[in-house]
Design a protein around this ligand. Structure first.
Ligand code: GRF
Length: 202
């Protein structure tokens, strides 16, 4: 087992989720294994029923639920979100299945400090339903991308990608599974690169 705990400063993370949190789990596991030199200070969800909240609690990580329904305005919600985030002073914000578009205000505030994972080989297939669209287009290759978040939806600089072949008998579910397996490898890897100071925007 590689142990990087003694190499430099521990990167403080806040992870934002909305659902299952399998990517969150892969990050928790990579930190526990010592392959990523980081600490998850808190997990914040906009949904009370997100299973990822249980994963966080099981790992002893502080959780916050901030439902978005009571806010009519996107920026208003994001200002509340930012107050939570700032209380942990993270060096990096991880979007792990956080199903909300962040306002330009939020993205600018944390410029260069927000990572997202997207189930496609960006810049192809931004947005939703990527697996179905890949099948419909007859692609032979698909994958996942970790990128820095900018004001352009799914359009920020790419940190790392993983590719999977699309077979003739693949359907949305089989592709989702194949891509998700790769996501669980590349998201911890991207955070590791960030922690090592190897992610820079110019
Ligand atoms: C993943 O497919 C990710 O690419 C997308 O949302 C999904 C989150 O899955 N952004 P999980 O909650 O990490 O299991």
């Amino acid at each position: 087992m590689t142990n990087n705990r003694n190499q430099g400063k521990v990167l403080t993370l806040v992870v934002l989720i909305s659902g299952s949190g399998s990517n969150l789990q892969s990050i928790i596991d990579a930190i526990a294994a010592g392959t990523v030199n980081a600490r998850i200070a808190a997990v914040i969800s906009n949904r009370t029923d997100a299973y990822g909240l249980e994963r966080a609690a099981n790992a002893g990580i502080e959780t916050i639920v901030e439902p978005h329904q009571q806010y009519s305005d996107r920026k208003q919600y994001d200002q509340v979100l930012a107050r939570h985030v700032d209380s942990f002073s993270p060096e990096l914000i991880i979007l792990a299945g956080f199903m909300r578009i962040l306002s330009p205000w939020f993205v600018t505030r944390y410029s260069g400090k927000i990572l997202n994972i997207h189930p496609s080989l960006l810049p192809k297939y931004k947005g939703t339903n990527t697996h179905q669209r890949v099948i419909d287009a007859g692609e032979t290759e698909h994958g996942a991308s970790v990128h820095l978040v900018t004001e352009q939806l799914d359009g920020g600089p790419i940190v790392i990608q993983a590719r999977v072949p699309v077979e003739r008998d693949d359907d949305v579910e089989s592709l989702r599974k194949k891509v998700l397996e790769q996501e669980h490898l590349i998201y911890p890897e991207a955070i590791k690169l960030f922690a090592q100071g190897r992610v820079r925007t110019e």
